[in-house]
Design a binder for this molecule. Structure first.
Ligand SMILES: Nc1ncnc2c1ncn2[C@@H]1O[C@H](COP(=O)(O)OP(=O)(O)OP(=O)(O)O)[C@@H](O)[C@H]1O
Length: 202
């Protein structure tokens, strides 16, 4: 379903991705691993179309995956860099908006509950802790249709219970047929979730 072939990305003379390739099928998870600065975020940004590689291609079901292609945006749910929120929309309203924008009737209560955001549903982002904002960003992925989930260090800022939830949730995503591509520094999460690894900077 997802095919990444020969991705090259360089900044000036620094070659960050030197011909990265892999494929990922539905219901499978790939972990992108490697030390700080190895190119994990760069790879994920190229995969979702937020950055353009200098060479190589990213195909989703045989079509180029592009951020400006509605088919790509309908299929790919991602949390990469710090997510921007609307300052005057509550947590619940953010999730409602996301669902509606992707053409589904909002059913946000279960997602709010599983992320421990129920009591915060009426709060605006400025009143959230960094971990709560992270939970809201992740929740945004689970109220909309998706076939490919792309997450950059999803365990970041989650507490121990949050990390256990993350593993269980990603397992459920796989069981539902969603492909999961994630970068992580957490060996336990990688071990529990990933069927394959993409090693960078080795
Ligand atoms: N827009 C840019 N301009 C110049 N250099 C960049 C740019 N984006 C990333 N880099 C460089 O590319 C390299 C890879 O960065 P990237 O963020 O992909 O690493 P990473 O593996 O995600 O690191 P970390 O584990 O610290 O999150 C780094 O040396 C970074 O400084």
């Amino acid at each position: 379903m997802l095919v990444v072939d020969g991705l090259v990305r360089q900044f000036g003379t620094a070659v960050v991705l030197a011909g990265v390739g892999f494929s990922l099928g539905p219901g499978r998870a790939a972990a992108v691993v490697g030390p700080n600065g190895a190119g994990k975020t760069t790879l994920l940004r190229c995969v979702v179309g937020a950055d353009r590689p200098d060479h190589g291609e990213v195909l989703l079901d045989g079509n180029e995956l592009r951020e400006d292609d509605p088919r790509s945006r309908a299929a790919v749910a991602s949390v990469l860099d710090d997510v921007g929120f609307f300052p005057d929309l509550s947590v619940g309203e953010h999730l409602d908006l996301l669902a509606r924008a992707h053409g589904v009737e909002p059913d946000t209560a279960p997602v709010l509950a599983e992320l421990g955001l129920e009591a915060l549903a009426d709060r605006t982002p400025v009143g959230l802790s960094s971990g709560e904002r992270r939970r809201l960003a992740l929740a945004s992925c689970f109220v909309r249709p998706r076939r490919l989930l792309v997450l950059d260090e999803p365990e970041q800022r989650l507490d121990a219970a949050g990390r256990r939830w993350l593993v269980e949730r990603l397992e459920r995503e796989k069981a539902a047929g969603c492909a999961v591509l994630f970068a992580s520094h957490d060996a336990a999460v990688v071990e529990a979730v990933a069927d394959q690894t993409v090693e960078l900077g080795a």
